[in-house]
Design a protein around this ligand. Structure first.
Ligand SMILES: [Zn+2]
Length: 253
């Protein structure tokens, strides 16, 4: 792998950068996507365990699922991909937009220091009160086990995992003024990735795909202008430039 195969992306030339990350970004942190019916992190389970109906009928079951995820996430650390994105954001000049949208719920972008972060499926590291009228703010929560579903310290209502609210609106807004869209570590072929790249492409943004598997192999979207294949923790520091380079990233497995 040489640098010229993977051109530097000059982020400063773009006013509105939107980066979408998926499971591939967290693999080097030891969090496997676990696809398939038994997958802990698969989208189907996330949807099921985020439904209010599931929570009403089986709150402890929902919590046990999130606690397992939390335990895995707490045992992991952000890798060079997470760090490169956090540094690229920190290096943005005043007035230039940067939005990081992640499908991951492991909280690793947050721990890496990303600020303009939309956790599209929520974060397994945060809890909130299930009563919308309660003043408890969502909080970072490290509890990983219990015999009962936890309750709110303020009002006693059941606590819930932090599922996203109005996140779709935040992404749509970022996409509206996007001139560079990068999808990394996600297939780019399924919802919501496919919808996002279509929107960005439709507005004339440059669209870039970074992943281990090629779009052709995945039956992928024609809305991507460029495709670069490799591991996120290698490609991102390489392509996002010196401000994105990771000097203290963790050793790669
Ligand atoms: Zn409450």
């Amino acid at each position: 792998m040489t640098a010229h195969e993977f051109p530097r992306i000059e982020l400063d030339s773009y006013d509105g950068v939107v980066i979408l990350t998926g499971a591939g970004v967290s693999v080097a942190s030891g969090i496997r996507p676990y696809r398939g019916p038994d997958g802990l992190w698969n989208d189907e389970k996330l949807v099921k365990y985020s439904r209010i109906a599931t929570f009403r009928t089986d709150p402890l079951g929902v919590w046990r699922h999130w606690w397992k995820m939390r335990e895995l996430a707490l045992g992991a650390s952000p890798n060079a991909a997470h760090l490169a994105l956090a540094r690229a954001e920190a290096a943005r000049p005043e007035g230039k937009r940067f939005t990081l949208v992640t499908q991951n719920v492991d909280g690793l972008h947050y721990r890496a220091g990303s600020l303009s972060l939309v956790e599209y499926h929520g974060s397994c590291m945060r809890s909130r009160c299930s009563d919308p009228g309660c003043s408890l703010r969502p909080f970072q929560d490290r509890q990983c086990s219990g015999d009962t579903a936890p309750s709110c310290p303020l009002c006693g209502a059941p606590l819930r995992e932090q599922i996203p609210r109005a996140q779709a609106g935040a992404v749509d807004k970022a996409l509206d003024s996007c001139d560079l869209f990068i999808a990394v570590g996600t297939s780019g072929t399924v919802w919501p990735a496919a919808k996002f790249v279509d929107a960005a492409h439709g507005l004339g943004a440059r669209t870039i795909y970074l992943n281990l598997q090629g779009l052709g192999e995945l039956g992928g979207s024609g809305a991507f202008d460029e495709e670069y294949l490799g591991r996120a923790e290698i490609l991102l520091p390489l392509m996002l430039g010196p401000e994105g380079a990771s000097g203290d990233g963790e050793p790669l497995p």
